[in-house]
Design a protein around this ligand. Sequence first.
Ligand code: IVH
Length: 669
Amino acid sequence: MDKDAAWEKIAKLRKTIEYHNNRYYQQDNPEISDSEYDRLMSELQALEELYPDGHIASSPTQRVGAAPLAKFSSFEHPSPMLSLANGFSREEIIDFDVRIKKLAAINNFSYVAEPKLDGLAVNLVYENGRFIRGATRGDGFTGEDVSQNLKTISTLPLQINNSGSHPVPDFVEIRGEVYMEIESLNKLNRRRLDEGDEPFANPRNAAAGALRQLDPKITARRPLNIFLYAVGKIPGVNFSSHWEVLQILQSWGFPVNPLVQKVNDINIFLEYFARMGDLRKSLPYEIDGVVLKVNDLALQEKLGNVSRNPRWALACKFPATQATTVLHDIIIQVGRIGSLTPVAIMEPVNVGGVTVSRATLHNEDEILKKDIRIGDTVIIQRAGDVIPEVVKVVLSRRTGKEKEFQMPSHCPVCGSEVVREEGEVARRCINLSCPAQIKENIKHFASRGGMDIEGLGEKISAQLFDAQLIYDPADLYFLTKEKLLELDRHGEKSAHKLIESLQRSKNPPLNKFIYALGIRNTGEHIAKILAREFGSIDKLMAATVDDLTAVYEIGPEIAASVVHFFSEPKNKTVMDKFQKAGVIPQATVTAKDSPLQGRSFVFTGSLESMPRSEAKAIVEQMGGSVHSSTTSKTTYVVAGREPGSKLDKARSLGITILGEDEFLKLVCR
Ligand code: IVH
């Protein structure tokens, strides 16, 4: 391949990978298999190594390619990161303006108003236009170096755009807020619940959790965003106003919040504040206030700081999304896998514009920890679309008449005994025929992430079960239009439609079918891995714990859940019924009979015949996978010239070691 052809291919691959990144990470809806994706990535890596084209900094290979870290290193901010003083009312905002006018000894100056994103502050360093490092705020002087996670933020430029009217300085320090959109948080929380993890209480916690992952691949699956709002040290450049700073940041390609506005007096700012308060509910991200900043940078400098807060800025907070109400009762909800979740029933109250009458209490430990009793006055909190929760009890309102809550010893729906297994926070109803569980299971089966059966929502599933038309998901496929018509609310047309969507759902992608079964610890991601590795439902059903744990990312807990699920007599019957009904899942990837299929490789030392990236691409093309460290799951360690400690580790673990020649033979080169 000549250079021009290689560059053309590189550009094409980058575009293709960016497209698939978006499908996988942002939309959770990949179009190609993981191995196909890895193949594209390896091909690009190999080409970039051979034909450097000067645009590598913004290549997808730089965004999600990094290996997991053992721990974060600390990062000293080139200039300290300050925080903001808060203003909680109109009066405090007006006082601020009066104070500035007095200190500045002028009346005629402008402000900049900006939404205050509720995420976490980061500091970024660019050298010669390239993103070098980025860190969390930490104590304002030193933060944690989270560079590789920041790179996964697709809207963050890794290369400053230098085609604008402002030359790019050698050294640039800029600040901004990393945040997660509410929709992304809800999606992430649904996935976490599926996989048995606690949901995040608000977008800020979720963003902080994502940014503090040691493995950037995990960060990449939790889509983050960023808005930049300030600069730190930029030697040799003098800006005159904050407004100018924002314009230049934008021309350099940085995302700047489109709602920022220059305001010429405090009354206009108060209008802006009120407008943002209204707009807040319809924004895709959470804001907890508006920041008011003096625009003129010389004036900012003159005003200086008070302790760690600049005198020239004020964080004007919206009234809290917390409210006080009375807890009337605690009821129990039974989930898909039988977990009993206590839910608070409260006197309806308005929290940030939404009427709330229920809040999750999570589990019995949480109730004990917060000492929540029936009849208590409680403070509740709501963040975005997140389920409201009880923050704490107002102890001063206790009358002594409140009642302590006891978790039931029997399932409130089916009456069976409940158990709390060691190490678990929830009590569970272990009766597999519990109507609550069955209904939840059918709902899950038909859900969008599962079989995606149109017209089969929560209500219809429950109605079908209550009418004794179905007892498990497989029964759905034996429903007839006539049977449906016997139910109220079912007209000819909707019955016809439901039967049609059931027919249409009979050949689902294998991963969706596995997910739909509702196996414990098996969310959408794990279902994809299982589908890819086993290729058919029969093979998965026959898999042993050893077969399963041999797969990368499948640990003993998931393996045990899968084996347990298929060994359950009741589930065996359900699987038989699926087969009788003609429900045949389709393998998402082509059959694998390559000798490298499912084998995992680790390379150490350099190969004579090809660069490591090419060897990696070959292995992956043939269905194998390449990892950076040797574990007991590694099939082969390929040792080239001057191998490192990975070789010793392989020896100590008794893993097959291949020399370069043997490797080449294996891959038929
Ligand atoms: S300016 C000295 N602008 O609020 C100026 N901060 O307590 C420092 N924040 O740590 C920050 N949106 O995490 C600024 N438009 C905005 C902001 C903003 C959110 C956060 C930031 C900071 C905290 C201030």
